[in-house]
Design a protein around this ligand. Sequence first.
Ligand code: PTJ
Length: 266
Amino acid sequence: MPNNKVSPKHPRATSLRIREKLVQGFETGVTSSFGLFAHGRGEAFDYLIGERTTNNAKHAINAAAACLLLGQNPVLSVNGNVAALVPDDLIKLANASRAKLEINLYHRSKDREEAIARVLKEAGAEEIYGLDSDYHETIPEIHSERRIVDSRGLFAADVAFVPLEDGDRTEGLVRLGKRVITVDLNPLSRTAQKANITIVDNVVRAMPLLIKAVEKLQDEPYEKLKIILDNFDNQYNLAEAISLINDRLSALAKNHGVLDSGAEKK
Ligand code: PTJ
């Protein structure tokens, strides 16, 4: 267990607290060692976007909320990173959007599945898919353990929420005709590029906003949700996310790398 309490005065307290959660997740068998590397990659991109939720991400969050509400069988995929970082929010999102929760691991092991199931149950989950091998189905054209999904969960889903996902599985789910929503700080990743809706933000910031957006749109008619979804263009939104990084870095470079420039306020 990490025992260094992060001082609230530390200039990078928020980022350090997120790290602590992952290290704790690693030490309790929830997060894989690869998950720590993945987090490092995410942190680097979070620096580039300015560690805040951009309007670009908010636009994708709104579309994701509409998409989840339009789904007949939405499923939230849970891996070791999101279980360590946002367990309570996963339950809240599942409840607000009537979605199932499926534990679906890239580095699959029975021990980690059980550790994650414990975390989700402590957070209030009642039913968790992905654990019973009697219901294992495979995503075609993926030739590793990553192809396994639950026949009642992701396999049957029309909307799949797969935060911090690997590119092969994202492509596989899109090939199966699912509407795929992801949260990924790296707008260049294969998952970000191949998903139908990509929220370029830290999952820790995006989840509460996504829950709020679902709650706000919950009682809206089908037509309104459909318009929100149809008006969302992921390729355009990703291009804008990349431009935002570009503009921010250019402004910072002009300001001799000083962070509290106008670029920060964008
Ligand atoms: O628990 P498992 O075995 O299912 O494994 C989970 C990981 C995340 C290790 C696995 O799915 C994996 O290796 O994913 P990738 O291919 O590394 O993709 C993870 C993506 O998430 C990368 O593009 C990271 O930049 C991004 N990322 C990391 N941390 C965050 C993030 N995006 C949003 N919020 C974060 N906190």
